[in-house]
Design a protein around this ligand. Structure first.
Ligand code: PGA
Length: 234
């Protein structure tokens, strides 16, 4: 109806996103942004602790993050996989190994994100779970700073696979084949249950659901086709 249309003709949509999602979230927002040019989108990109603080204050309607806090009444939708990998400089001796254990790496300097980063927290938990003590040598405030530092030979790090190029070698980086890695996590889109969602927010969620579903269906079909072709060739 007209009121609903009006709600999409103008308006504002505030979204908070953890830093690791900046590599794909703008792309995902593209079709919605093009379809509703009157909706002004504000995307805040911060680390997990800052996104949690924003959710507590109710600064944004939607947030994208790996681990939604449990102390807030949140609706959560796991919308994308987030594999976390261990990276080294391409010319590092360990980069040629077929298989590694976490304990093989702990003599190397470890680079981590700033405290407050969800990536850092998940990596530290994984080390503890594997009974490995690997204190960080250096903390850096962004994924990009970590990538550059690893490439420069300052140490190894755990990062989301999505922060790397399709072929990490083009950035002078290698993903190490470490037992227990990648750490398989997911990103969630979350919103507060105790607040009504605006029409733009609901429309964006529907748009993402539809497109991600279609994308997954295409991927499955492509995989099936590849298998079928493979069996013909055998
Ligand atoms: P962050 O992201 O390391 O930028 O806090 C963590 C997450 O994916 O939730």
């Amino acid at each position: 109806d007209a009121a609903a249309l009006q709600g999409l003709r103008r308006g504002r949509l505030r979204i908070a996103a953890v830093t690791t999602t900046e590599y794909f979230l703008p792309d995902l927002l593209g079709p919605f942004a093009r379809q509703y040019p009157g909706i002004q989108i504000e995307l805040a990109v911060e680390n997990r602790d800052a996104v949690v603080a924003r959710l507590e204050r109710g600064d944004d309607e939607l947030a994208a993050m790996m681990r939604p806090p449990v102390h807030l009444p949140l609706e959560r939708w796991p919308f994308l996989e987030n594999p976390l990998v261990l990276i080294a400089p391409l010319d590092h001796p360990l980069a040629n190994r077929r298989r590694l254990k976490l304990a093989d790496l702990t003599g190397e300097p470890l680079l981590v994100r700033e405290s407050g980063s969800g990536t850092r927290a998940v990596a530290e938990e994984a080390f503890a779970q594997q009974g490995v003590s690997w204190p960080p040598r250096m903390a850096l405030g962004s994924n990009e700073a970590i990538k550059h530092a690893v490439r420069a030979g300052l140490g190894l790090a755990v990062l989301s696979r999505h922060t790397l190029s399709r072929d990490p070698a083009v950035d002078g980086l290698a993903v190490l084949p470490v037992a227990g890695f990648p750490l398989r996590r997911q990103w969630h889109l979350v919103w507060r249950k105790d607040r009504a969602l605006s029409l733009p927010a609901r429309t964006l969620i529907d748009d993402l659901r539809t497109r991600l579903l279609a994308q997954r269906r295409d991927e499955l079909a492509a995989r099936k086709r590849a298998r079928a072709t493979g069996s013909i060739l055998q």
